[in-house]
Design a binder for this molecule. Structure first.
Ligand code: CP
Length: 332
């Protein structure tokens, strides 16, 4: 394998996440997972959704198991939803406080993982700022342990990709005829990468990734998508518009990055720019939002917005994934 080729690294990760029977053991990336498996996970997630005001769905499918949340980067939505998802499936959930953990004393990530493994943590949910960490851990844990990627650098955020395509499917049905516009800092966005992996596998009609040239992705990382630097062109007749924030924490040198007013004028998802999309277009954002920079605040709160539904779907998707890897463990 040419270790410098990101697509080959992803292919290797894709193979690592299924067991010999094709069952999901780890979730490291959506790249390489087939349409049938993605669809099954979305169908399972829908089964965990309940009506607004009703009690959330619960089961005991993970009773006796332990889920550990290891977030080495900040998170509100992903961490809280994995916490709730594990509890609603009957698991014990450990939320490791990384700021007071022994990693602050120089312990390696593998030693942290081995320590938790020795305490019978069965599923480790990992967010990290470095490329390759979830797969690296997955290669080192014992056969009964599952690793779930909860956000890996600018590479991959697979459960976010699943909740995004679930939300699109709920509103728009089949993917084949859809024009989908993802607008923002595509280059540094693991959300855009995982959405692209899922949408291309599911057969999206026209996927446009829109950003200023300085924030555009490398074309070889997003096969099947169109890279567009003009918002009007990219958003035209879109059925779905997803806004993304500028990932300042991943950009070493901000020289050349447009200022707030210039960025909003040229790439902001606003009432004005949405006039070019289809009238029934939905508006998405993975959060956290920077209102007035990548999205107009009143639009995020308006009738076209499905942003809070994405959050609700996040719990259901994470329950579906946890349940699935739990079944893989039980079948061993
Ligand atoms: N979308 C997302 O990953 O949000 P958090 O960083 O709050 O988890």
């Amino acid at each position: 394998m040419n270790a410098a080729d990101p697509n080959e690294i992803l292919d290797d990760e894709a193979a690592l996440q299924l067991d010999a029977n094709g069952n999901l053991r780890h979730l490291l990336t959506l790249k390489g997972l087939d349409k049938a498996l993605l669809t099954d996970i979305l169908d399972d997630a829908e089964g965990y959704l309940t009506a607004p005001g009703a009690l959330p769905a619960r089961s005991q499918s993970l009773a006796g198991r332990t889920v550990g949340n290891l977030f080495f980067e900040p998170s509100t939505r992903t961490r809280a939803s994995f916490d709730l998802a594990g509890k609603r499936l009957g698991a014990d959930v450990l939320n490791l406080d990384v700021n007071t953990s022994s990693r602050k004393k120089g312990e390696s990530i593998l030693d942290t993982i081995y320590t938790l493994q020795a305490m019978h943590v069965d599923v480790m949910v990992v967010r990290d700022a470095s490329d390759g960490v979830p797969a690296y851990i997955a290669r080192h844990v014992q056969p009964h342990v599952s690793i779930l990627n909860a956000g890996e650098s600018d590479v991959s955020h697979p459960t976010q990709g699943l909740l995004d395509v679930l939300t699109i499917r709920q509103h728009k049905g089949a993917f084949e005829d859809l024009n989908i516009a993802i607008v923002g800092d595509i280059r540094h966005s693991r959300v855009a990468m995982s959405a692209t992996h899922a949408l291309t596998t599911l057969g999206v009609g026209d996927l446009r990734l829109i950003s200023p040239p300085i924030l555009a992705p490398d074309a070889d990382k997003v096969p099947g998508a169109r890279i567009v630097d003009n918002l009007a062109e990219g958003i035209a007749n879109a059925d779905v518009v997803m806004a993304l924030r500028i990932q300042r924490e991943r950009i070493g040198n901000l020289d050349g990055i447009p200022g707030i007013d210039e960025y909003f004028a040229n790439y902001g998802v606003s009432h004005d720019s949405m006039k070019l999309a289809r009238p029934d277009a939905i508006i998405m954002h993975p959060g956290p939002m920077n209102r007035g920079i990548e999205i107009e605040g009143s639009l995020a709160d308006g009738p076209q917005s499905v942003i809070t539904q994405q959050v609700t779907n996040g719990v259901a998707v994470r329950m579906a994934v946890l349940d699935r890897v739990g079944k893989t463990m039980a079948a061993r």
